[in-house]
Design a protein around this ligand. Sequence first.
Ligand SMILES: [Zn+2]
Length: 155
Amino acid sequence: MSGLNDTAAPVENFGTAPRPPERDARRAIGRGLLRRCPNCGEGHLFDGYLKVRPACEVCGEAFHHHRADDFPPYLVIFIVGHIVVPLLLGVEKAWHPDLWILISTFLPLTAILCLLLLPPVKGAVIGLQWGNRMHGFDPAAHDPADPAPVPGTST
Ligand SMILES: [Zn+2]
C-alpha cells in the first residue's frame, strides 16, 4: 500500500519529548559581545582575531556548530555606515573641508571601526545562535554539518 504517509518521518513521539531548559539569549549575546563563552561567560570564544575555538576551555561547550557566516560583516557594515555617513555629511555641511582631509580621516576611521567591531559582533551572533539553540547548538537536533555516525561504531 502506498500513500503520502509512507515517506513521512515517524511522528509518534513528536511533541512528547522533554524540552531542554531555556537559555537566556540576551545574556548569551552579551557574553558574545565580550568575546566570551555564551554558556559560562568565562572561557574565550575566539582563538585569535576571528577564529572561533572548537569548544570552551572552561565548560567544554562546543562552538563548532556556529554558522555566523556573513552576518557579522553585514551587521558591522550596517552599524559603521550609520555612524560614518551622518558624521561625514555633518562635517562636510559644517566646515566644507578639502576632499583630501575627508579621505584621510574618514577612510581610516571606517576601517578602524570595522576592525574593532567585527569580533564582538561575531561573538554576539554566535551568542544569539547558542541562546536560541540554532543549528547544532541544540543537542536534541541533528546537525547536518556534523559527520554522520558510522554504523557499528560507538562514540
Ligand atoms: Zn564555557
